[in-house]
Design a protein around this ligand. Structure first.
Ligand code: NAD
Length: 493
């Protein structure tokens, strides 16, 4: 059987856009190079789409929406196509996983299990859900009937980041397509390959041409053109808080399209002295910050440990850190891969430097490694003696860097945990049920974990308080983003 390296050598990724059911280059014929963070190898050229291509793709999406080739299909018909789409994704699973790993550097075993598995599950789940949702009749007086129905919003633009390219795309396109919308997806310029392949697979499954379009390109070009477009009805954005703010402004500046944002995080993980299982807490603290090279929006990057158990906790944690040494992402045993590109590597190394300058104490890692590969790898890094005013405790690093802070009582922990502009995830570890509930209520975050950090399921909403965004991905609540509520009054008698 061919190794992952042999399969990678044989792969010829297609970087053309996907508009109206066809692979096309940008009208300008501009392209950009796609380099793999694993070893710096050139994977190919990608279409550099701009506002001209956005106009064409939005027109294709609009035409498809208006003529009802998808929006007019019954929920049961859309369900059948989406389930086939999910099945095909799994049939092409090895190819999709390989593209994801080559494009953004994550270990192949996670590309297969988490990214392909999670994305296919997401498409299937929304497909299965759509013919089981009923509309409402309001309790109005007997001489009238008021129907409250949900309708697709129309043309949805989805703009997604590079950390889970296929998964983040699926969280948008699955509910949007299931509800009957047409979609124009812009993947990150750092990881466009799986999104482009998904569009082909959707077509093969029976999603009609024009209903699902993918435009690779830069944020300031293709992304901004979508956010400013007068004929896009809704934008689903996942990315940084900085760009999320621009998206909201562009929506307001143009046609007031509905703008939904899933943004950055600086999640707090609070371990109290009465933690019921210290080993599980250590495993979760270390495993969750170093998973996906620390490039996860909900990574618990601030670890608060109660002062009385801190030394013991740190000793146990440091014993686990070597398990996350970066390795070859195409080796099935590797658990930590490459940082997505040279720019992100520089950002992460800059934060490590700022930790030193601010006086935090480096306990593990801190260096770039595997430079001989030509790729971008950073050791799993732990800083102790961090305080809430340091840059590494305030800003999202989006790399394998853990900041350890301490607290004296749980009120102090909550105050420090909430002292951030973000509000994505948080966790508390305690054996005291009342303390767990009071702390979960006091933490200003979209998701709070109690005595675990890995709770994750398509059935639950995902999103943030404060500057971590608005609206929710996943679960049936995601339909709120991609549908309009219509009230229809009918005179009776
Ligand atoms: P980013 O904001 O730089 O880019 C995200 C997307 O926006 C990319 O496709 C990019 O091309 C596009 N973009 C950039 N500038 C734009 C502009 N002016 N107009 C329109 N589009 C523009 O973020 P990133 O570096 O790709 O991703 C990392 C960020 O994503 C982190 O902050 C992370 O926390 C966040 N994230 C959040 C979630 C969540 O669910 N809350 C999930 C994953 C990632």
């Amino acid at each position: 059987m061919a190794t992952w390296h042999e399969k990678a050598a044989a792969l010829k990724p297609d970087g053309r856009a996907f508009i109206g059911g066809e692979r096309v280059w940008a009208k300008s014929e501009q392209q950009f190079e796609n380099l793999s963070p694993i070893d710096g190898r050139k994977l190919g050229m990608v279409a550099r789409c701009d506002s001209v291509d956005v106009d064409i793709a939005v027109a294709a999406a609009r035409a498809a929406f208006e003529d009802g080739r998808w929006s007019g299909k019954s929920p049961a018909q859309r369900k059948r196509v989406l389930i086939k789409f999910a099945d095909l994704m799994q049939n092409y699973g090895q190819e999709l996983a390989l593209l994801e790993t080559l494009d953004m550097g994550k270990p192949i075993k996670y590309s297969q299990a988490v990214d392909v598995g999670g994305a296919a599950n997401c498409i299937r789940w929304y497909g299965e859900a759509i013919d089981k949702i009923y509309d409402e009749i309001a309790p109005t007086p007997a001489n009238s009937l008021a129907l409250i129905t949900r309708e697709p919003v129309g043309v949805v633009a989805a703009i997604v980041p590079w950390n889970y390219p296929m998964l983040m795309a699926s969280w948008k396109i699955a509910p949007a397509l299931a509800a009957g919308n047409s979609v124009v997806l812009k993947p990150s310029e750092k990881s466009p390959l799986t999104a482009l392949r998904l569009a082909e697979i959707a077509l093969e499954a029976g999603v009609p041409p024009g209903v699902f379009n993918v435009l690779p390109g830069y944020g300031a070009e293709a992304g901004a053109a979508l956010a400013l477009h007068m004929d896009v009805d809704c934008i689903g954005f996942t990315g940084s808080t900085r760009v999320g703010k621009q998206i909201m402004q562009m929506a307001g500046q143009s046609n007031l399209k509905r703008a939904w944002t899933e943004l950055g995080g600086k999640s707090a993980n609070i371990v109290c002295a009465d933690c019921p299982d210290l080993d599980a807490a250590v495993e979760a603290a270390i495993g969750s910050i170093f998973f996906n090279q620390g490039e996860s929006c909900n990574a618990p990057s601030r670890l608060f440990v109660e002062a009385s158990i801190k030394d013991r906790f740190i000793e146990k944690a440091l014993a686990k850190v070597p398990d996350y040494a970066p390795g070859d992402p195409l080796d099935s045993n590797t658990v930590m891969g490459a940082i997505v590109d040279a720019t992100q590597l520089k950002t992460v190394m800059g934060y490590i430097e700022s930790g030193h300058v601010d006086g935090a104490r480096l306990l593990a890692g801190g260096k770039q490694v595997r430079t001989e590969t030509g790729g971008y790898y950073v050791e799993p890094t732990v800083f102790d003696q961090v305080n809430s005013s340091m840059t590494i405790a305030r800003e999202e690093i989006f790399g394998p860097v853990l900041s350890v802070l301490s607290f004296t009582d749980v009120q102090d922990a909550v105050r420090q945990a909430n002292d951030t502009p973000y509000g994505l995830h948080a966790a508390v570890w305690t054996a005291d049920l009342s303390k767990a509930i009071q702390t979960s209520r006091a933490l200003r975050a979209g998701t709070v974990h109690v005595n675990q950090y890995d709770g994750d399921d398509i059935t639950v909403p995902f999103g943030g308080y404060k500057q971590s965004g608005n609206g929710r991905d996943k679960s049936l609540h995601a339909f709120d983003k991609y549908t309009e509520l219509k009230t229809t009054w009918i005179q009776v008698g």
